[in-house]
Design a protein around this ligand. Structure first.
Ligand SMILES: Nc1nc2c(c(=O)[nH]1)N[C@H]1C(S)=C(S)[C@@H](COP(=O)(O)O)O[C@H]1N2
Ligand SMILES: [Mo]
Length: 381
């Protein structure tokens, strides 16, 4: 829900969700403070999802015989419960599968990932609430009926199958156990820990990044100040070298128009801030960015900072992220920059040369590279 809110779907252009309706009731202006909030929320979202994959698979494995019982329901109450199970299992599987495919960069969906993942989350949550409400008494009874500590001390020889229970999850004629309960717990816990250990590094700065063997972004971008994660290289996005050369101009469209060359921009007051790029895919990293305040650019276009949202367009041809909107609040934060330099050097072409957006706490995808035009649109007040 927070990942969705961070896209600021209330700013025109950022939202591709048809008929969001009341599902957006909780949306709010995504703040620019603290600058690393989205780095944390999105890092937790993605790394926790990966970590829980083993738990989901184990849970599905433990209930699989029950999912296919026949007849599917013997009473109206049971029919309701089974429909909620379908949504619970279906919702969970859908969220994990689409989430993992998305962060591994397999954009194979016949639908747009961003609204689909939101709808899936709501379906899962609703079914989960029903499931907990229905099963709570049974959960409490089951957990009270045995001691976890004793269970953890029980080896395979002493492991006994659950007593048969026609309405519960226990199989009616179980085979001999091949694994103790503590063995199952250790196996699932170990798999979760391993996934965590091999993915959490992608949210870190420094040498720990290299431990993220499960992240698809382990490439080396050479040495020096521009050696950090690239998402979408210039060549792949159809950005031509000639367009980024001395002929490049930035166009500002507000109460008045302004056209600026890179030399014009470098002659304006420059500011440097250490800010992260935090991608929806879960990886993030901090760099030191130098550039012109977006608020100063607004003034050049005759706009009072804080009174207009902005649409930022890039040189890119095609692809989904060639354009993004920034809220009035994001545009007026003093740390929001049109960056020209990173870590003391000119931006590399792949990091957005001649100029790119960098906004504190914004999802990476709104930090548009190869900026060509910024237009300002007064917000209703
Ligand atoms: N024009 C343009 N800007 C873009 C993108 C893009 O595809 N095209 N990708 C965005 C995404 S998803 C991220 S995470 C950041 C990554 O910035 P970097 O490649 O400099 O690390 O750039 C953003 N800016
Ligand atoms: Mo991203």
């Amino acid at each position: 829900m927070l990942s969705y809110a961070a896209y600021d779907p209330r700013v025109p252009d950022n939202d591709t969700t048809p008929e969001r309706g009341w599902l957006g009731f909780y949306l709010f202006d995504w703040p620019t403070y603290p600058a690393s909030l989205y780095r944390v929320t999105q890092g937790v979202h993605v790394v926790l999802g990966l970590t829980l994959t083993a738990v989901l698979l184990a849970k599905l494995w433990s209930v699989i015989p029950r999912l296919f019982i026949w007849p599917p329901a013997r009473s109206a109450a049971q029919a309701v419960e089974r429909v909620s199970l379908l949504l619970l299992v279906g919702g969970a599987v859908f969220e994990f599968v689409t989430g993992i495919l998305n962060i591994q960069l397999f954009y194979v969906f016949p639908f747009s990932f961003y609204p689909a993942h939101l709808y899936g989350a709501w379906i899962f949550l609703a079914a989960f609430a029903v499931h907990v409400a229905v099963k709570l008494p049974k959960m409490v009874r089951s957990l009270r009926s045995r001691s976890i500590r004793r269970e953890l001390r029980t080896g395979l020889d002493a492991t006994r199958p659950e007593p048969p229970d026609p309405d519960g999850l226990a199989p009616l004629s179980p085979a001999e156990p091949t694994m103790s309960r503590r063995g199952v717990l250790a196996f699932v816990g170990g798999a979760s820990l391993l996934t965590f250990g091999l993915s959490v590094g992608q949210t870190m700065d420094g040498p720990l990044r290299r431990t993220a063997l499960l992240a698809p972004h382990g490439r080396d971008y050479g040495a020096g100040p521009n050696d950090f994660q690239v998402n979408k290289a210039a060549s792949a996005m159809g950005v031509r070298l000639a367009e980024t050369g001395p002929g490049w101009r930035l166009e500002l469209a507000g109460a008045r128009q302004a056209i600026l060359s890179r030399a014009d921009l470098l002659a304006l007051p420059l500011h440097t801030y250490v800010l992260p790029i935090a991608c929806v895919e879960g990886w993030s990293a901090e760099q030191s960015w130098t550039g012109v305040r977006l608020a100063d650019l607004a003034r050049l276009a005759g706009i009072m900072p804080g009174t207009a949202y902005a649409v930022v367009e890039s040189l890119q041809r095609g692809g989904a992220f060639g354009q993004a909107s920034l809220s009035a609040g994001q545009m007026s934060d003093p740390r929001s920059l049109l960056a020209l330099r990173v870590n003391g050097a000119d931006l590399s072409l792949d990091h957005g040369f001649p100029a790119r957006i960098i906004v504190p706490n914004a999802p990476g995808v709104h930090n548009t590279k190869w900026v060509r035009r910024i237009s300002f649109h007064p917000t209703a007040r």
